[in-house]
Design a protein around this ligand. Structure first.
Ligand SMILES: [Zn+2]
Length: 257
């Protein structure tokens, strides 16, 4: 009697047991995609292995960030920044970065194309380096064109007096992963500007986070704003860990200014 019932239970369970490995691996895959980090087994040197979607992280030849060393004069035209009235949505602690989402109002023109500002976020310490020098903070202003090409404008911050624009973010800083704070219409007006930027370097690169997609136009602004020690502390406290991907090989790329 016991044997029979055991057998019937096994028979009943068999399809479930067979399904389990499949369910587990699918589940794991989903988790892996979400669970990259900046250290240990899910850190930058493993990004290319933790999900098939991240293959470019290890096989790409135009990866970001880079150490900007030799640049060539390409007589680049100035870039017109039309950030007249930024309509911000919120400031989010994604666990990987501190990000300000933008509803509308930011536009740059590159290669005859309009790129709209979607969000900007921060890395500490900086991701890109100049002549091997790292900076305490780097802002990435992420723009997308209508056909979904990306242009990232990077600002490198030097230690020094506080930055007025950052103060507003520090005041509204979401302190823990998953936290979101609303931003008022006036909160990010310090980032609003309409001007031409002449001094910058440009290169082809990638997203600096999985899936490390390439084909991103990178603009690193030469003029560096400053931030104070306490402003930097606020970012470090909210992020709880460095969030910079290590420098990637330049390979055959040419960096122009
Ligand atoms: Zn970034």
């Amino acid at each position: 009697m016991k044997l029979v019932s055991l057998k019937s239970i096994t028979t009943l369970l068999l399809p479930v047991l067979l399904c389990l490995p499949i369910l587990t691996s699918a589940d794991e895959k989903d988790q892996d995609k979400a669970s990259w980090s900046y250290e240990g087994a899910t850190g930058p040197s493993h990004w290319g292995d933790i999900s098939a979607e991240n293959i470019t992280c290890k096989q790409g030849k135009n990866q970001s960030p880079i150490n900007i060393k030799r640049t060539f004069d390409a007589r680049l035209p100035s870039i017109k920044f039309d950030y007249a009235v930024l309509n911000s949505e919120n400031i989010v602690n994604t666990g990987h970065s501190i990000q300000v989402n933008i509803r509308s109002g930011g536009l740059i023109k590159l290669d005859g194309k309009d790129f709209l500002l979607k969000q900007f976020h921060f890395h500490t310490p900086s991701e890109n380096m100049i002549d091997g020098q790292s900076f305490p903070l780097e802002a990435h202003f992420v723009h997308a064109s209508e056909d979904n090409e990306l242009a990232v404008v990077a600002l490198l911050y030097q230690p020094g007096p506080p930055d007025a624009a950052l103060n507003v973010l520090v005041k509204n800083m979401p302190m823990n992963a998953g936290d979101t704070n609303r931003l008022g219409a006036k909160d990010i007006e310090f980032f609003e500007r309409s001007k031409k930027i002449k001094e910058y370097v440009r290169f082809n690169g990638s997203l600096t986070t999985p899936p490390c997609t390439e084909g991103v136009r990178w603009i690193v602004v030469k003029k560096q704003p400053t931030l104070s020690r306490s402003q930097l502390n606020a970012f470090q406290k909210a992020l709880k860990h460095p969030n910079n991907r290590p420098i990637q090989p330049v390979n055959a790329r040419i960096v122009v200014h």
